[in-house]
Design a protein around this ligand. Sequence first.
Ligand code: NAP
Ligand code: G4F
Length: 367
Amino acid sequence: MKTALITGVTGQDGSYLSEFLMGKGYDVHGIIRRSSVDFRERIAHLEGKPHFHLHYADLGDSMSIVKVVDKVRPDEIYNLAAQSHVQVSFDSPEFTADVDATGVLRVLEAVRACHLEKTCRIYQASTSELYGKVEEVPQNENTPFHPYSPYAVAKLYGFWIVKEYREAYDMFCCSGILFNHESERRGETFVTRKITLAAARISQGLQDCLYLGNLDSLRDWGYAKDYVECMWLILQNDKPEDFVIATGVQHSVREFTKLAFHHAGIELEFEGKGIDEKGICVKGPDGLIGKTLVAVSKDFYRPTDVVNLWGDPTKAKAKLGWNPARTSFEELVKIMVDHDMAKVASEGAAAKVRMNLAEYLEKGIVK
Ligand code: NAP
Ligand code: G4F
């Protein structure tokens, strides 16, 4: 039986990857941070299962990582832990650098300190944010990087240190350059989940209006459940290589919004430009017709924004046999809205409290 160690196991990808690897017969070990609340929503259904184990460690604390790596002695490490929110990286650039840049180095050094560099394969969660202020479209493994946020700059260090250890120490370590991937487990302050939750709340009378930032921003959105398979495939390859993982299809934040509201039973028409743009209800429940349900707020603009991400997954298709078209954009939006319609219906008024908190967090009002 193979043993895998996952950092970031409580996150969106960590939870799906745990399920995927357990389905493949792996013994799965996850790293969790000490926190004042002991509720881990995304992995609650896995806790207590015979091949799922949790260990306390923190990517900011080298010794804690060395101890876990030495105890578990994994065949594969998936380094998914990160401060993963781009906007937050402008507010907490030093913390982001410590976890997303130096944290990667700590994982690599832990493997060397435990003398596992010849047996343990390492996957690094890299990102399309490295292309940042894009220099070509679509982006592939040869496209120049131009990071455009503190998050992306930190992740660029992670990418290069993985490459360096591969060449300097002949380690099997690789980066998956993953484009945005979403799901019903996505954090509530990322734009897709913010939209699907708002569409559900507005249609159920629990929210008046959704405030967003740049509606023109373009993303290549895939389904997280499909993407975790690629992380595993990258480590099963004959040689260590980096791969772009994307759908090859691009949509704007505005398109995502229109489709999400459509699935919630509301048709929107957008009018105006920039900060004055509004999404108005033209069809839907009686009380909503003619109302502005989506508006733009400067609070959600970024000092520098990445606006044109579009991935080319040709290499992953050819070398890993990965099918990027498993879940379409339309299906993804529907999965998320259906989930959030049911969630909001069951949470009722509590959903409104969560909405306010998520909005305050994103605006930086609650630190
Ligand atoms: P996520 O839901 O935000 O999960 C992040 C995970 O990292 C959580 O488990 C979090 O633990 C953990 N973490 C944060 N700081 C830590 C620290 N100091 N020590 C240990 N653990 C720490 O992110 P995701 O969407 O699953 O993404 C997974 C990885 O892929 C991240 O590295 C992200 O940057 C990268 N990525 C994501 C996407 C995407 O579209 N989702 C695309 C490209 C790359 P807590 O639960 O304790 O906070
Ligand atoms: O959903 P987002 O916050 O995701 P972003 O910045 O693309 O980052 C995510 O994907 C990266 C892969 O490319 C990962 F590396 C990273 O960890 C994370 O998972 O924002 C998407 C776009 C941005 O252009 C943003 O400016 O949506 C725009 N946007 C417009 N209004 C908004 C909002 N983003 C957020 N979060 N909230 C808004 O109200």
